[in-house]
Design a protein around this ligand. Structure first.
Ligand SMILES: Cc1ncc(COP(=O)(O)O)c(C=O)c1O
Length: 470
């Protein structure tokens, strides 16, 4: 199997990228002098190893390698008590980096504009008669959200039995406002909010702003939230609410099984603790079917479902939504008091685009692109980062969670990398403690390019420099 080994090594070293076509059987026969049947056997072997896939009449293509590239990061060891949150200044430094056009953006969880359906969305705007546009701008949109948009969203939520209709949905300024509104609706200052460890830093920011406490529960990069740890924490602490992601969690990428989702929802509901679910990445699955959200297992209206089109359609539209179950009235009230309604034009644009039926085709393309981007990034990390590095193996979403050898401070990496125009997200910002000081999140929303490969090589160089000086 020399040929198979040599092709595998070329795939792992990045000579052939994820999604690229390999030379044909005939070409390899010509280059190597091996018989057609030996070359064919090598492709069968590579298929068995999960490295290539055959496409009828097109040849063999490199499969996005998402598992077994490096070992998985260890589960974190978060503090066992609720903590006040203080991530503010670091988050601002990150935002500044995101605004720098020269910066290679591996920090923010953004999908590149060229992968989003800008042309179709612009087409919707162009088709609006001036008079209708004027009418839209001259009035407040329905406070709960544009009715047609809510209808379109309800139609898409087939994976969850709820909400069944537009009356159960509140449109928000992106997913972040949805999460913040839900938090305000179910909890108040001084309350303890259960979050995953590591978690999405902006959840911690909102908790900080609302003067609440964060209680972190451990997670596993593959199986997700540790149910036993949740049960123990619920016995020990007066938890008011939880903010969870079950599908392609940001940052660590796990996807919980249906059985574990059902157990989690049941556990929380038995303790009377509402769950605010962020499912912003649920549509970005690499497997054949969309994973079900926690909401699908909620029979009592205790899951406040939140999502948006920021990762799939256009973050600039700022169109998100929540289906807050039995907290609907409370959420509507907070929304009204906070910002009255969302912009009418943006909602109309999103509704018309969804109604055009083009969104699903776009999603299929986007998922394929992201899967290849994650696979290529993971392989580059394996190539350029030092031995002892571990990496998550997400089956969807846009982020990779990387654990560096202990002692490497990712905050130092963050600072030095900014000087060399590469932005990452340091792991320490994903927790109230310092458990993830040697971790970082790498975003894979940009189409793969030599610039990204160079950026990852630069990160590898800085990590080695930091390691040798400690
Ligand atoms: C988990 C998660 N929730 C919410 C957001 C923000 O979503 P939006 O831009 O729709 O407010 C992001 C963006 O990075 C995210 O990763």
């Amino acid at each position: 199997m020399e040929l198979a080994d040599s092709l595998e090594s070329r795939i792992r070293q990045g000579s052939y990228r994820s999604g690229e076509k390999l030379p044909s059987i005939r070409q390899l026969h010509g280059h190597t002098g091996l018989s057609i049947s030996t070359v064919y056997q090598a492709f069968i072997e590579l298929e068995t190893r999960g490295l290539v896939q055959a496409r009828p009449k097109s040849g063999y293509f490199v499969r996005p390698l998402l598992t077994g590239i490096l070992p998985l990061p260890a589960p974190g060891k978060p503090a066992s008590h609720p903590n006040p949150v203080t991530v503010g200044n670091l988050a601002l430094a990150l935002l500044d980096a995101m605004g720098d056009p020269e910066m290679l953006q591996l920090g923010g969880a953004l999908v590149a504009p060229e992968l989003l359906p800008a042309r179709d969305l612009a087409g919707v705007l162009k088709s609006i008669p001036l008079r209708s546009m004027g009418n839209m701008l001259a009035a407040y949109e329905n406070a709960q959200g544009n009715l047609e948009l809510r209808r379109q969203i309800a139609r898409r939520m087939l994976a969850a039995p709820l909400p069944s209709g537009p009356a159960e949905i509140v449109v928000t300024h992106g997913c972040m406002e949805a999460v913040a509104l839900c938090l305000k609706a179910v909890a108040g200052s001084g309350d303890t909010i259960m979050v995953e460890s590591p978690t999405f830093p902006w959840f911690l920011q909102v908790i900080e702003d609302l003067k609440m406490y964060a209680l972190e529960v451990p997670t596993d990069c593959q199986t997700g939230i540790h149910l036993k740890a949740v049960a123990r924490a619920l016995e020990l602490h007066p938890v008011r609410a939880a903010v969870f992601m079950a599908n392609f969690q940001n940052p660590s990428g796990y996807l919980m099984s249906d059985a574990r989702k059902a157990q989690l929802v049941d556990l929380m509901s038995r303790h009377g603790v509402p769950v605010i679910e962020d499912d912003i990445y649920g549509d970005l699955h690499f497997g054949a079917t969309r994973p079900r959200p926690l909401k699908a297992f909620d029979t009592k209206g205790e899951v406040l479902y939140c999502a948006s089109f920021s990762k799939t359609m256009a973050p600039g539209l700022r169109v998100g939504w929540t289906a807050p179950g039995r907290y609907l009235e409370a959420v509507r009230r907070v929304k009204l008091n906070q910002s009255i309604a969302c912009p009418s034009l943006n909602q109309y644009q999103a509704a018309r685009y969804l109604g055009s039926g083009r969104f699903d085709r776009h999603l299929r393309k986007l998922r394929r692109a992201l899967q290849n981007q994650i696979a290529n990034t993971a392989l580059a990390v394996a190539r350029y980062f030092p031995a002892g590095t571990k990496i998550s193996a997400p089956q969807g979403g846009i982020t990779l969670w990387v654990q560096l050898p202990s002692g490497v401070d990712s905050l130092e990496l963050f600072r030095q990398a900014l000087d060399r125009k590469v932005a990452i997200l340091p792991g320490v910002i994903c927790s109230t403690g310092s458990a993830y000081r040697n971790c970082l999140r790498v975003s894979c929303g940009l189409p793969w390019s030599s610039r990204i490969e160079d950026g990852i090589q630069t990160l590898g160089e800085i990590i080695r420099k930091i390691s040798s000086s400690t």
